[in-house]
Design a protein around this ligand. Structure first.
Ligand code: NAP
Length: 277
């Protein structure tokens, strides 16, 4: 029979929200939600139907696992503030090394690679989870827990996790920013962003099916200087977007010429299903 783990969830933001729901769904016990803002902490605790606290000094010592789902820059401070006893303490950040928790006896990382927003539903069973810990035993514990949420679980050290996060910023945050610029331009000219929906969806699906380097189209790839110049001229009122347009167009052209990312060849996906480390 699957063991129910006793968990303290620290943080009230996007990740705490989704991870809390997924852990409850997997049959684990969230003993309490711990946060610094009483209203937000109470709201998440009510959503999960669990207790809450705003007292970082009074952690329940019978917890098995403490999840620090807080802002990256708060992790060092929190690690010094809490007394977890023997509980395994993990953070959920893509970019912060595991060592930020090294003053604690049992520590690790539980990084779900997805973009989380509270108001969006996510299917945790489709999310890759990358774990790391200070001992083999703790790695096993985190792997076991992660496998209850998703079949896509890998051990990944802090160094490689940084590159996962960097790649995620390109694939998610920058792509979304490009869409935000597109939205601004359309709105300014009385056109609907919705017209782009099929294009955005097909772009994402094609990148996955064909690999992005084989899926590129457009004026930059064709080195169509007439269209490129016309687009730059249309952006005369937006010098910042002009710079982005020209810079990204050059990158597309250079990339297609070489069809590889020089200097990054050693960072590859885990196509063989082996741990990345
Ligand atoms: N969102 C994502 O897509 C995503 C994906 C994977 C991993 N992550 C990682 O997961 C972690 C949480 O991200 P998130 O998106 O959930 O962030 P978030 O929505 O901005 O929530 C951050 C939480 O941290 C709390 N916090 C900030 N500073 C604090 C401090 N000094 N002491 C105590 N609590 C503090 C905030 O409290 P207040 O509300 O009181 O400010 C809030 O509850 C981060 O490490 C992030 O890198 C995020």
């Amino acid at each position: 029979m699957k063991e129910s783990i006793k968990i303290i969830l620290v943080g009230t933001g996007n990740v705490a929200h989704h991870l809390g729901l997924a852990l409850l769904d997997a049959g684990h016990e969230i003993m309490q939600v711990l946060g610094r803002n009483r209203e937000k902490t109470k709201a998440l605790a009510q959503k999960l139907s669990v207790d809450f606290s705003v007292d970082f000094g009074g952690l329940d010592k019978i917890a098995d696992l403490i999840i620090l789902a807080v802002s990256d820059n708060a992790l060092a401070e929190l690690a010094g503030k809490i007394d977890p006893g023997k509980a395994l303490v993990v953070h959920t950040s893509g970019s912060v090394p595991v060592d930020v928790l090294s003053a604690l006896p049992n520590y690790g990382v539980f990084y779900p690679l997805q973009t989380f927003s509270k108001e969006r539903l996510v299917d945790f069973s489709d999310i890759p989870i990358f774990v790391e810990a200070n001992s083999e035993k703790n790695v096993r514990r985190l792997k076991n827990l992660a496998l209850q949420l998703s079949p896509k679980v890998e051990v990944c050290d802090s160094e490689h996790r940084k590159y996962l996060h960097l790649a995620a910023v390109f694939a998610c945050n920058f792509s979304n920013h490009m869409c935000a610029i597109a939205e601004c331009l359309l709105e300014k000219h009385g056109l609907k962003f919705d017209h782009l929906a099929p294009l955005i969806l097909e772009t994402a699906q094609k990148a996955i099916d064909k690999k992005p380097k084989n899926a590129q189209t457009g004026p930059a790839l064709r080195n169509d200087q007439n269209t490129i110049n016309e687009h730059v001229a249309l952006l005369a009122d937006h010098p910042e977007y002009q710079k982005i347009y020209s810079f990204v167009s050059k990158s597309i052209l250079d990339f297609s010429a070489g069809k590889k990312c020089d200097g990054l060849a050693h960072i590859q996906g885990d196509e063989n299903g082996e741990d990345i480390k």
